[in-house]
Design a protein around this ligand. Structure first.
Ligand code: PLP
Length: 471
């Protein structure tokens, strides 16, 4: 049952949250003693706490105080089929019964790699890891080994995991804990093909360009139209390795990733999340000649690669289960068209709420396919007339979207403290957004879930308006 609340005053949402979540608050107190900030992931912090989950099934998570949430985190985008999907769960259970680590080759890893090569256009050979971070790290290493060059180009606001190369930002100054030598080898550019051309002219020692194929942080900031194709052409001319980070987008918008949808084939592709059926796992897939730098036959350029849990049998089994469903002939219709339609309904519902609340043009919901993002762009000095229907992909938005300040606002989505207040309102109504600003519709969500979500979201926005948090 969704909780029904209309907060009357500023603190009502917080009071309700505190009263409803004694066990979560108790756990948070204990967690702070043993975990920095009481959390295990920087985006899982919450004020006063994020609630602690007990179990999950389908589209729902259930917390330790007995509340149900319609979930749009969906395992940070890894649960295309929802929580505890029976096919994936069965694959895991069967494999656990047959052994979880052989310290040896096993048939599951072969089938897993075959499915990736079948589905992803750039995939000729594959190497497995335990996470997406490891995948992007290896893709960069492969590019350096292949070209004998040092530098990499990445783009502002883009995310590729938590390793040293990803941590470098536009300032060029090494962030805490990162060697300056790494920062000196990373060029962080705007998504402007002219800027890339100039950077390649000025830096003949660039090994690779890496970018999220669907835009910064699961599409919060879209890539400019034609950018992937232009990068492909330029990198081919200059013999720079083009790496698509499809860790979120890989099997999210269609079976073959953004590369299949846009008809642009990179040299290397990084995968994780859905590729392992929502279990820990990652992969680099790509041109056989590049991947073969991981072969002992490549002599002095051979890259030695260990990793206790590479292609572990359980992740291989769940990966095969997920990718087999994605490789089915009716997957487009049964998976992608369906979740796309549900997400369209959700986005329309949210935009309708914003339009009716008189906030049109300043708060909106957008996103490709089954992905959605909420943006409250309320106090900007450089206002953009955002569309009431959330379609920011139209040509007239290309200019504002090229502005770094606008991009930064899209990436933030909902500035603090409004984000915390919205999260409290939504938690109190039994609904969770990924990072508090958007999310992923899975095959487990139903029309009824979407209707309840829109209702809960409408209640939250009305409460924020009533207490003057938004105008
Ligand atoms: C685009 C992108 N690349 C890389 C990563 C890192 O993957 P992981 O968290 O599995 O290390 C993420 C994680 O969210 C991601 O969204």
């Amino acid at each position: 049952m969704l909780k029904e609340t209309q907060i009357e005053q500023d603190s009502a949402a917080l009071d309700q949250f505190l009263a409803a979540n004694p066990r979560s608050l108790q756990l948070h107190e204990a967690a702070k003693q043993v975990l920095p900030d009481g959390v295990t992931h920087s985006s899982r912090r919450g004020d006063p706490t994020s609630v602690y989950m007990d179990h999950a099934a389908g589209a729902y998570k259930y917390d330790v105080d007995g509340h149900r949430y319609i979930d749009y985190w969906m395992g940070h985008g890894s649960l295309l089929f929802g929580h505890a999907n029976p096919v994936i769960a069965q694959a895991a259970i069967e494999q656990i019964g047959r052994g979880t680590h052989f310290g040896a080759n096993h048939p599951g890893e072969v089938r897993w790699a075959e499915l990736i090569c079948h589905l992803i256009p750039s995939a000729q050979k594959v190497r497995f890891f335990s996470s997406g971070t490891e995948a992007t790290m290896m893709a960069l290493r492969l590019a350096r080994a292949a070209t004998g060059k040092q530098k990499i180009i990445k783009f502002g606001l883009r995310f590729h995991g938590w390793h040293d190369y990803n941590a470098v930002n536009e300032t060029g100054v090494a962030p805490s804990g990162i060697p300056q030598a790494v920062a000196d080898n990373v060029l962080v550019l705007p998504t402007d093909i002219k800027a890339v051309e100039q950077a390649l002219e000025a830096n003949p020692d660039v090994a690779a360009i890496i970018l999220e194929a669907d835009g910064a942080s699961w599409g919060t900031v879209p890539n400019p139209p034609g950018f992937l194709a232009a990068l492909r052409q330029l990198t081919s001319e200059k013999q720079v390795i083009l790496i698509f980070d499809e860790i979120v987008s890989g099997f999210r918008y269609g079976p073959g990733g953004i590369q299949k949808l846009e008809g642009v084939t990179p040299d290397l592709t990084c995968l994780a999340k859905i590729v392992a059926g929502g279990f820990p796992g990652g992969a680099v897939a790509g041109r056989a000649d590049l991947m073969d730098l991981l072969s002992i036959k490549s002599g002095s350029r051979y890259i030695v690669h260990h990793g206790t849990f590479n292609a572990n049998p359980v992740s291989a089994a769940t990966g095969v289960a997920a990718l087999s469903m994605i490789a089915a002939p009716d997957a487009q219709e049964r998976i992608y068209d369906r979740i796309g339609q549900l997400a369209t309904q959700l986005k329309a519902g949210f935009n309708n709420i914003f339009n009716k609340a008189g906030l049109s043009g300043r708060a909106f919901c957008y996103g490709r396919g089954a992905v959605f993002h909420v943006c409250f762009d309320l106090e900007s000095q450089q206002p953009v007339e955002w569309p009431g229907d959330g379609n920011i992909y139209r040509p007239e938005y290309m200019e504002p979207l090229a502005n770094p300040a606008v991009q930064a606002r899209l990436k933030v989505g909902i500035p603090e403290p409004l984000k915390t207040q919205l999260r409290l309102e939504l938690d109190n109504r039994g609904m969770q957004l990924m990072s508090g600003i958007g999310g992923f519709v899975s095959t487990a969500h139903t029309e009824s879930d979407i209707e309840q979500t829109i209702e809960a979201f409408g209640g939250a926005v009305a409460a924020l308006k009533k207490n003057g948090r938004i105008k």
